[in-house]
Design a protein around this ligand. Sequence first.
Ligand code: SF4
Ligand code: SF4
Length: 335
Amino acid sequence: MGAKILQQDRLPELVDELISTHEVIGPKDELSYGRITSASAMYLSDKIPVRSLKEFLFPQREVLVEFQLAADQVRLTTPTIPADVARVVFASCPCDAAAFPILDQVFAWDYMDSSYLQRRENTVIISIACENPDRACFCVSVGGSPIESEGSDLLFTPLGEVYHVEIVTGRGKALVAEHAAFFRESNPEINRQRSVFEERSRAKITKQVDVTGLPEALSFDNPVWETVAEQCTDCGTCTYLCPTCHCFDIQDEGSSARQGERVRLWDACAFADYTRAHAGQPRPVHYRRYRQRIMHKFKYYQENFGETLCVGCGRCIRHCPVSVDITQVIKAVRE
Ligand code: SF4
Ligand code: SF4
């Protein structure tokens, strides 16, 4: 859809203009993205935040319905998602944005998840290309790249004094048109510099894993699952930080049985009570829970939707308290 140029020193002005008309989400610190109320509060760094963006479209705790029993009446109230909250995510990592088209397939599959889909519809995502991927990043192995535009509406690539601005979607195009005074046309020299940027960034990604033919190679009955799962403590950190993990539980909470809320809460296949039903826990043994995570990401999801449930962001490697490395696990299972 074309490309533009933005002077880097005009970025704060653009962000403040967006804040005047939109709810703007951006990196707040090394830990997380959050609501930004002034461009000066944004934490622009080349490090990927610890927490991913998914909580802004798929909150960790979400009220589905409020209930109240009065006499023989049951009153149900469904919280509304305001359709007119226009939101811009600014400075997303490309891999965080790339997770959303993957999540879209789940949330618009056999059930249309209106709260996720409405937030998705209302959100414009502006990503900044990755200049310094770290040792845990492996996006290139799962089809991504440091300048991946999938899932973004606009992709900014920092090139010295300017950003190269790739217009990826109609939503991105509309945002550029609304703020046309900030942008000028790109030119062949800037396009060339962007190719050099990509080459340099890609070269910094040293972690690799071969996912070719992985769905066929992953065997449910492979005895190696017990060995590779030994190190994992089932803490669930990797699933909560993962931008593509999307399992949830639905529970009733309230001060009494007569009044309360039905809530959706993130859940994790690592937890011992995950999917427990009246008949018991289908995966009572630890290694089976660990196997489920890997099989879901690299086999079941691929079979259902034709792609891998992983964008290679490296969070599960970077933040695992006992240094489990998913790429090493895949290699071990393959071998
Ligand atoms: S973060 Fe590490 S220890 Fe915790 S569940 Fe994931 S793999 Fe296991
Ligand atoms: S599995 Fe790990 S590397 Fe892949 S998207 Fe999730 S957190 Fe990132």
